[in-house]
Design a protein around this ligand. Structure first.
Ligand code: ATP
Ligand code: MG
Length: 440
């Protein structure tokens, strides 16, 4: 059974039609609907110009931020709904943006400017589809195909190259042969695209359920947006622990961690410094001293360029810097690690280390079982509210000052020292016992 569209969406379609305009659902929501998935949002395309759309929704709350692209956002039942006027695009001389955008009353012209056939289907919300480029057949075949000549389309807007592979990773579709060849050939166009736009598509690619075959098939496209990974492709680790080259290992770690943007980015960049840190031991084995710290520096550069948020950048670099940490399966050692990285990141770090082990030789993969123990210990520490941060310590700065320690660096050092003693299990986390300790 196909899903019904939300009432607010049918209301909006009806409202535009009553005002004498065409109104269609288009893009991702139509694709999702045809695939039996519940769309995350609905986009409407209409023959009404923005002022006409606004008039049709007089009395509703409107947001005009997208007006110059022809988009009016209507708030219906608290949910934003984007309504965009049919448009055509002029030439693209910069490989990113059309030189001009013009409104049109022709649905077909609007569909023709869209990237892939599966994204160029209009649906009236009922039984009717306008599908001039065979999008429904391509969806049924699991095929990503450009609307029109793929080389032209990729040269107009290089981002579409990354979008092709991100849709492949998200939907499990194949990129049609000519589209794929054009994507590889035109990949240099990606250099013109802003970091923000790359980042949005890259995170969708990485969190896709089919990321492994896609990253395996398109290393050159990935390396176009992250040239720092180029040296990992085909890099032989000369190691008895590794049965894949650095890139092959990397993509398996990406697919092996849970699908959060942060973990996947950390996995993608965790070994980026291996080629630069490679040395050959006397035993003929490859070593990669310092690659975790160096990798964190590479990730810092990449994530700044892509305009990731400070929060994401800090968490990802921390995960990478710590991915070689050897954590002893004891409460003390786990608390020390949790103190260093914070409790939430601790569990993410374990997920990264587990996937890292599993993507090595089968003997190394066996080590992943040890991670379950570290997780269990971590959970117990949280459950029992055992102290591993200053905030949890039973004495505060004020207590120490009352006990005669003056404000200043010494105060912080004493607090740190006391926390260490608590973590080591040498003093219970109780005010009296802790104060007694400083008097000694
Ligand atoms: P998702 O479900 O991930 O949002 P989507 O298909 O809705 O997928 P959007 O980025 O939201 O993707 O874009 C909405 C629609 O706009 C697309 O389906 C496509 O028709 C069109 N579109 C978006 N970006 C481009 C582009 N760079 N070139 C041409 N058409 C595009
Ligand atoms: Mg969308």
């Amino acid at each position: 059974m196909r899903q019904q569209i939300p009432e607010t969406v049918s209301y909006a379609l009806a409202k535009l039609r009553q005002a004498g305009f065409e109104a269609w659902l288009v893009g991702g929501c139509v694709r999702d609907h045809l695939m039996g998935r519940t769309p995350s949002d609905y986009d409407i395309t209409t023959s009404a110009e923005p002022s006409e759309t606004e008039a049709a929704f007089a009395g509703e709350r409107l947001i005009e931020t997208g007006l110059k692209h022809g988009t009016v956002t209507v708030l219906l039942g608290g949910e934003p709904l984007e309504i965009t006027t049919f448009r055509t695009e002029g030439a693209y001389s910069d490989g990113r943006h059309p030189d001009s955008v013009a409104f049109t009353r022709s649905l077909r012209e609007d569909l023709a400017r869209r990237d892939f056939t599966m994204n160029a289907i209009a649906w009236d919300g009922g039984e009717r589809f306008e599908d001039p480029f065979g999008g429904r057949a391509d969806i049924a075949a699991g095929c990503i195909r450009c609307v029109g000549d793929p080389r032209e389309r990729f040269r107009e807007d290089g981002l579409r190259i990354l979008r092709a592979v991100r849709f492949a990773a998200a939907l499990g579709f194949e990129v049609e042969e000519e589209t794929a060849a054009a994507a590889r050939e035109c990949r240099g166009m990606l250099a013109r695209i802003s970091g923000e736009r790359i980042y949005a598509e890259l995170t969708k690619l990485l969190t896709g359920g089919h990321v492994l075959p896609v990253l395996t098939a398109y290393p050159e496209i990935l390396c176009e947006v992250i040239p720092e990974l180029q040296a990992t492709v085909g890099f032989d680790q000369r190691s008895p622990y590794h049965c894949y080259d650095v890139y092959g290992h990397t993509v398996r770690v990406v697919a092996g961690v849970p699908a959060s943007a942060e973990l996947r980015l950390a996995a993608l960049l965790h070994d980026a410094a291996k080629p630069a840190c490679f040395s050959l031991g006397e035993d003929g084995r490859g070593h990669f001293y310092g690659h975790a710290e160096e990798g964190a520096l590479i990730a810092e550069t990449v994530l700044r360029r892509l305009h990731a948020s400070n929060e994401v950048r800090e968490r990802v670099t921390k995960l990478i810097a710590r991915h070689m940490d050897q954590i002893h399966p004891s409460e003390k050692a786990v608390k020390r690690e949790m103190r260093k990285v914070g409790p939430a990141l601790y569990f993410d770090l374990l997920a990264l280390i587990r996937a890292d082990n599993l993507a090595q030789t089968p003997e190394c993969a066996a080590r992943a079982a040890g991670i379950d123990v570290l997780e269990e210990i971590g959970r117990r520490i949280l459950e029992e509210e055992q102290a591993f941060t200053l905030a949890q310590l039973a004495v505060k700065g004020g207590d120490l000052m009352a006990a005669g320690i003056p404000a200043g660096p010494k105060l912080g050092e004493t607090l740190d020292k006391l926390l260490e003693l608590v973590i080591e299990g040498e003093v219970p986390n109780e005010k009296e016992a802790l104060l007694k300790k400083i008097k000694m």
